[in-house]
Design a protein around this ligand. Structure first.
Ligand code: IMP
Length: 185
């Protein structure tokens, strides 16, 4: 039985709230141990990483700073166009800083590949990536993801920051949409 109320259009809950929060606690402890007093700059990728970023940073206890970048998304499509644009850039210089990119989901890997390329050219001390979800996809580009919350099957998911056509980001769990809700049913 599902513990959460279902939102309209949701077919099934893939990762429930306690499971998400438990894993985030584990990731936070690992990151605390890795960075220690070497305060990282956590770079959240808008809009999808907002829920993960806010929970992850509050579960961490070390000194840290945050900033955000926004890159173009798929709009109302469920597939990647492979074309990435920066819609909002960082508000500070990252030269010499330890940067931790916080991503919602790695699908084709194209967005992350582009982002890492952009960040590396700014000469940070190092760049690491933590992604809440990573799709199990054979044809994904080989991109560096240091920590993954949950590997998931190659299905379109929403909730906990992830949207379909701008909606469902506020769900406290990760869910699979009813195909009828995305016009593919
Ligand atoms: P990639 O470039 O294909 O790896 O896709 C990365 C971005 O696409 C993510 O940051 C999400 O914003 C979006 N995305 C990929 N898969 C999904 C999904 O299943 N649901 C919602 N958004 C997704």
């Amino acid at each position: 039985m599902l513990s959460e109320p279902r939102a309209r259009g949701v077919a099934r809950v893939l990762i429930d709230e306690p499971t998400l929060q438990g894993r985030i606690g584990e990731l936070a402890a690992e990151l605390d141990a890795e960075y220690g007093s070497d305060a990282p700059l956590m770079v959240g990728v808008l809009n999808g990483a907002v829920a993960f970023m806010t929970d992850l940073m509050r579960a961490m206890t070390i000194p840290l700073e945050i900033d955000f970048m926004a890159v173009s998304s798929y709009g109302a499509s469920t597939r990647s166009s492979g074309v990435v644009r920066i819609l909002k850039d960082l508000s500070r210089d990252i030269e010499g800083r330890r940067v931790l990119v916080v991503e919602d989901i790695v699908d084709s890997g194209l967005t992350l590949q582009y982002l890492l390329d952009v960040l590396q050219r700014r000469n940070p001390a190092d760049v690491a990536v933590v992604a809440l979800l990573k799709k199990d996809k054979a044809d994904a580009v080989p991109v560096r993801v240091d920590r993954v919350g949950f590997p998931i099957p190659d299905e379109f998911v929403v909730g906990y920051g992830l949207d379909y056509a701008g909606r469902y980001r506020n769900l406290p769990y990760v869910a699979v949409l009813d195909p009828a809700a995305i016009g593919e049913g």
